[in-house]
Design a binder for this molecule. Structure first.
Ligand code: GTP
Length: 299
């Protein structure tokens, strides 16, 4: 018998087709921006952990890139991150949006979950704010037919509906354990890599569909100024082709200025002080297919 009053802690990851709301859900549960979100699919590249601290337990959320058939070396590396992650977690939450019919993409991912028998499996029906009550009910029924779930939970990150219930149920599925992280931590990503992700998110905003995969961000230096409360950040935005460089920079540098302003305001929220941000746009030809370059860009 397990005692329900015991503290529980463990790892959960949210999987699902691109754009189903996994990153938004992670941020909503953590209560702080740890995973970048974007209306462009497949913007999540790394296993970023968000932490949820509760009286009854602790959730370590591992945010994975989407599962898709690999077409480039980057695609292959992303898939292997996903495989490694899913093999280690205690709970896998398959996210399926309430406002779209279950399709082959959802079924493909659901079938992949059979390879990870250790993990408990929860279906999370996301974006219920974007559907009607009967629509949500119908989706819950359809989802229940996919497999024998440990839980099926409808939520909305936008309207904060049932997020607390989701966290409670996830904690209940975790093993009895002491806390895995100190209770003031929100993520174990370094500030530097969170800053790089915020810049990448700003650079992705408003670019055309073919560009997202071509953008990578590296940080050369972050310097705390001693004479004032200011953090200087020196970063590079890498693209694959000269033509893409033009798109990022924009006419007369206007777009890059926008990217800088957006990134700066997010980074200021993160570090709680003023930021000086230097952004340089560079071309790394075909970096997605080149293992040396991938290493240099942190993949
Ligand atoms: N209506 C509604 N839209 C949402 C909700 N959560 C996320 N979205 C939107 O759905 C889109 C995708 O959200 P993300 O959180 O980036 O999705 P993701 O599954 O992490 O996407 P990838 O990183 O591409 O795998 C964004 O435009 C969000 O604003 C929600 O609760 N309700």
């Amino acid at each position: 018998m397990t005692d329900s009053s015991e503290f529980r802690a463990g790892f959960v990851t949210f999987v699902g087709r691109p754009n189903v709301g996994k990153s938004t859900l992670t941020n909503a549960l953590v209560g702080e921006k740890v995973a970048i979100t974007s209306s462009k699919p497949q913007t999540t590249r790394r296993a970023i952990r968000g932490l949820v601290h509760r009286e009854d337990g602790q959730l370590v959320i591992v945010d994975t890139p989407g599962m898709h058939r690999p077409r480039t070396l980057l695609g292959e590396r992303l898939n292997s991150i996903v495989q490694d992650t899913l093999g280690e977690v205690d709970v896998i939450g398959l996210c399926i949006p309430a406002n779209e019919k279950i399709g082959p993409g959802d079924r493909y991912i659901n079938e992949q979950l059979d390879s990870f028998p250790r993990a408990k499996k929860v279906a999370i029906v996301t974006k219920i704010d974007a559907s009607s009550r009967p629509g949500v009910a119908e989706q819950l029924r359809a989802v229940s037919e996919l497999r024998d779930w440990d839980e099926i939970i409808p939520i909305s990150s936008f309207d904060s509906i049932q997020l607390d219930i989701l966290a409670t149920e996830l904690v209940k599925l975790m093993p009895v354990s002491h806390a895995l992280y100190p209770d003031d931590a929100v993520t174990d990503e370094s500030t530097e890599s969170r800053v790089a992700e915020l810049i990448r998110e700003a650079a992705l905003e408003g670019v055309m569909d073919e560009l997202p995969h071509s953008i990578a961000v590296t940080i050369d230096d972050m310097i705390e100024r001693e004479d004032k409360d200011l953090l200087e950040v020196f970063a590079n935005i890498f693209v694959e082709r000269d033509s893409q460089k033009g798109i990022i920079i924009g006419k007369g540098g206007e777009r890059l200025q926008d990217v800088g302003a957006r990134a700066r305001s997010e980074i200021e929220k993160l570090v709680g002080k003023q930021i000086f941000l230097s952004l340089r746009v560079k071309v790394a030809k075909e970096w997605q297919r080149d293992s040396k370059q991938l290493g240099r860009l942190g993949f």
